[in-house]
Write a protein that binds this ligand. Structure first.
Ligand SMILES: [Cu+2]
Length: 181
């Protein structure tokens, strides 16, 4: 191979090296921007729960589901995703206040997102999925299942009712449900 042909190859390789570094940098910047500016992060909570005894556990018994204000003021909503419904079907949460959503499933893999927000996670049997967020807008937000979970998947959805801070009034037991509103 002549020296000039070899130079041409080296130049071409260097050009592509620059292109690859630029592409990787761009993707890294997009990931960092999404994390810092938009608070979109991969789920990092690893917490196990037995799917077979979920409904008997301390936390996900039927009477404990829904929104509750804990003694320290933290607002937590607990939801069970099951074929093919969310329990409860509607949860109430306050706007402009940190809230925690906790999900578990007794059967198969589901996924949830709350439309127009950064809430998006999978719900995997054996684990509790947890999301911290602050809702900025009020209104009824749709929360569909976004992981195909069987024949009734398309019917599987819930409502997240975000109310103004002053309209969020927990009962004496710290609970708030859509039926109160
Ligand atoms: Cu589902």
């Amino acid at each position: 191979m002549s020296p000039s042909a070899e130079h041409a190859i080296v130049r071409s390789e260097l050009r592509w090296t620059v292109v690859v570094i630029a592409a990787v940098s761009l993707i890294m910047l997009a990931v960092i921007f999404a994390a810092v500016a938009m608070h979109i992060n991969p789920p990092s909570n690893v917490e196990r729960i037995d799917p077979q005894t979920l409904h008997l556990s301390a936390e996900f018994t039927e009477s404990d589901l829904g929104t509750r204000v804990e003694a320290n003021g933290q607002v937590t909503a607990r939801i069970v995703a099951t074929q093919f419904a969310f329990v409860p079907r509607c949860i109430v949460l306050p706007a402009n206040r940190p809230v925690t959503l906790r999900f578990a499933t007794p059967d198969v893999i589901h996924g949830i997102l709350v439309t127009g927000t950064n809430v998006n996670t999978m719900v995997v049997p054996g684990y509790v999925s947890q999301v911290h967020t602050v809702f900025r807008t009020t209104g009824d937000l749709l929360m569909p299942c976004h992981e195909y979970c069987g024949l009734g998947h398309s019917e599987m959805m819930a409502t997240v009712r975000v109310v103004p801070r002053e309209a969020f009034r927990p009962g004496p037991d710290g609970r708030v449900s859509c039926a109160d509103k």
